[in-house]
Design a protein around this ligand. Sequence first.
Ligand code: SF4
Length: 224
Amino acid sequence: MDTGPIIILANDQKCCYYQSSIQYIARIITTILHHNRDTTVDIVVRYEGERAICEICDALDRGRKLENVKGISFRHDNRVFSTPLRHRIENLDSIPFPAFHLLEPSIEHYIGEGKEKGFPIITTRGCPFNCIFCSTAALHGRKYRTRSANNVLDEMEFVQDKYKINVISFADDNFTMKRNRVIELCRGIKERNLDFEWGCSARVDLLSKDLFLNVIPRSSLRLG
Ligand code: SF4
């Protein structure tokens, strides 16, 4: 591998990692098309990035071989090598919250310094549907995995208290897939006295008047 900054492409999931010798770039499509011969890229993390990115950084720091890191493709001597895929992370609660304090130049750069301070939170991964224009199935295999409501609420509470975030974008593929889960989240938001405007992506036939008229207004959420 050439000397100089190491360019890694990885999926934009629940992780933040920064090291001065590594430039981490998140591009979902590129992580699927990992045979791309773009010579400006050194390593591609295929599919989920959290575990592999940590192992790559560890291997590079310790001078270990990348062959032992599962789920990546990397360039060596102008050839591309791919290691076996790793399993998807089943327990999403096991992933720590993003290391917001490591964001460069600072978290304020992303959330703004005005009245509205927004931030994305991912609460689920994947979607069982298979719309022909959508890359979600290619990335997650039509499997729907969720964080527990409490784990999501803990993160919301944390960003509200610590960074005064007041606008949340639920960056899930299909936030309203499970109605009971939305109800549980809204109930928890009310119980914890959280106060956010929010937005989400949802499949239109999974929305209902009941959600908008009865469930969401009972929490302190304000639809943005
Ligand atoms: S419902 Fe949304 S997330 Fe699911 S496959 Fe269709 S477009 Fe993709």
